[in-house]
Design a protein around this ligand. Structure first.
Ligand SMILES: [Zn+2]
Length: 254
């Protein structure tokens, strides 16, 4: 129980750092310097006003000095990361697997929010991610290096093929190169079976969401919705339920 609480606090602190990445990576600013400051009055935020979730609640979402609003995104990301840390800890326990998959999920959280805001997926996350994923397979008991390598090639290759075909048929960009590199990273971390599952789940949820948006807003297919969040969601589902989903599929097709 003690360690569960530690994993929640650990997740919330990392979530606080993820917020910094989300705001600064698209602007290509340093994620280390300078420290956090209020976007309104530019005053540096004191450590006691920077406690994940708690400070936001105590300050009621306003800057201590100028009372300017603090984005709800801060406690939201901190909370989601804390929850992710707890769930991963419950699945993997105190292990290297926990740390590796937590880093993976943290990267997906940053990718999702940046893609929602800016329709880009920073290479500075996905490209090192591929390397970390391939290296991780050397120590992860759940994943062989071969599985990771095929996952990387399949993830990068298949989406590259789809993106090229789409561009050739519709004469415009449908899926960005960022999605291709993201799926290559997902493949390196999760292996080839999970990458297929990620594409299927991501496309399914993405299409349903796209249709709902089109119906509600009356927009057509030219209104491209970012694919990164759906790939990330698919990857998280695949990480937790890969075996269950594959067994269920085999059971239906026996
Ligand atoms: Zn302020």
């Amino acid at each position: 129980m003690m360690w569960h609480i530690v994993s929640i606090i650990f997740g919330a602190i990392v979530g606080s750092f993820l917020n910094v990445c989300i705001f600064r990576l698209p602007k290509e600013e340093s994620i280390i310097w300078p420290g956090s400051h209020c976007p309104h009055c530019k005053r540096p935020i004191k450590f006691y006003d920077n406690i994940p979730v708690v400070s936001y609640a105590l300050l009621r979402g306003k800057c201590r000095y100028c009372k300017g609003p603090i984005s709800i995104q801060y406690p939201l990301i901190e909370g989601i990361t804390a929850l992710g840390s707890l769930i991963l800890f419950m699945k993997f326990g105190p292990s290297l697997s926990f740390l590796i998959y937590f880093a993976f999920v943290a990267a997906l959280i940053v990718v999702t929010v940046i893609d929602l805001y800016h329709q880009i997926i920073p290479d500075v996350i996905s490209l090192p991610g591929v390397g970390v994923g391939l290296l991780a397979s050397l120590v992860l008991p759940q994943l062989t290096f071969f599985d990771s390598l095929i996952g990387f090639l399949l993830g990068g290759g298949s989406l590259f093929l789809v993106a090229t075909l789409y561009h050739w048929v519709f004469k415009r960009e449908g899926m960005g190169g960022g999605d291709v590199k993201l799926l290559a990273m997902i493949g390196a971390f999760l292996g080839w079976k999970a990458v297929i599952l990620t594409i299927l789940l991501g496309s399914l949820v993405g299409s349903i969401t796209g249709i709902i948006i089109m119906v509600l807003k009356g927009k057509d297919f030219k209104y491209a919705i970012p694919f990164g969040p759906f790939l990330s969601l698919g990857a998280v589902i695949a990480l937790f339920f890969e075996t269950e989903i594959i067994n269920w599929y085999l059971y239906l097709n026996r």
